[in-house]
Design a protein. Structure first.
Length: 264
């Protein structure tokens, strides 16, 4: 178990290192199932992408910018004229429609500190280990509606919408951009399925099949209820008939005994 998880992580990271395009990559299905979702996209963090731009005794952070594919290319810049990173928000850009917004800020992932074998093998720690390598865009469903929220807001993405993403290296002390990746390839969130096309488990039945099955179930129930009522009625009629027969027999016996009593 431990070896397989470790091999999987290193394999996926190795593919990332080998790709020198320097742009955010969609996390593979081995690390993030159901990706993208209707409102989120899981990305691999920028391991080793900015190594050549790092300087000793400097402090850096990574900003993640998000914008819709339909946004104008002119508005895709993430720096000001003074090389400062944009502070545009989700609301200011209409969810990335008018340009990129800052969706996240996190520390630079260190290439030299892979997960410990014991942690990867521990089921209770797998989730934490994966968080070191992945970031899920659109994972905060409350920040837009919390008036006291002051951090960077990462609200849910729109369904059936194409986005692009960019990582930016920022000098924490100087507050200026030192490096940045290209914009990612277009990544589209999933679309909402119509009820008639929803797959159900097991059997992958359509909405029509579910309705038909429900109707047939109700009919079977009604037929069963009618059958039980018929049987119950027949039993009651049989009981009443038996009682009537016994009553008639007793009456006849009493009639036969009366003449004999009278003769005596």
């Amino acid at each position: 178990m431990c070896s397989s998880w470790l091999a999987l992580l290193f394999c996926c990271l190795g593919q990332l290192y080998a790709d020198q395009s320097l742009k955010p990559q969609l996390a593979g299905p081995q690390l993030a199932t159901n990706n993208p979702t209707l409102t989120t996209v899981a990305l691999e963090k920028p391991f080793c992408m900015f190594d050549s731009s790092l300087r000793p005794n400097k402090s850096y952070v990574i900003y993640l910018y998000t914008m819709k594919e339909s946004a104008s290319a002119v508005s895709s810049l993430v720096t000001t004229n003074s090389s400062k990173p944009l502070d545009s928000t989700f609301l200011q850009t209409s969810g990335g429609q008018l340009g990129p917004y800052k969706a996240a800020m996190f520390s630079i992932p260190t290439c030299g500190s892979p997960p410990r074998l014991a942690d990867v093998g521990d089921v209770n720690k797998v989730s934490d280990v994966l968080k070191q390598y992945l970031f899920r865009v659109g994972d905060d469903g409350s920040c837009l509606y919390d008036p006291n929220f002051l951090a960077i807001c990462n609200p849910p993405l729109a369904a059936d919408t194409t986005y692009r993403f960019k990582y930016v290296l920022v000098d924490s002390n100087e507050g200026i951009v030192k490096d940045q990746t290209l914009w990612s390839d277009p990544i589209k969130t999933r679309r909402v399925k119509l009820p008639l096309k929803i797959d159900t488990w097991p059997g992958r039945r359509s909405g029509d099949m579910i309705v038909i099955t429900s109707i047939l179930s109700v009919l079977v129930f009604l037929l069963l209820a009618a059958f039980l009522a018929s049987v119950s009625s027949a039993v009651m009629r049989s009981a009443d008939s038996s009682a009537e027969t016994r009553c008639t027999a007793q009456t006849m016996q009493q009639s036969e005994l009366r003449p004999q009593l009278s003769s005596e």
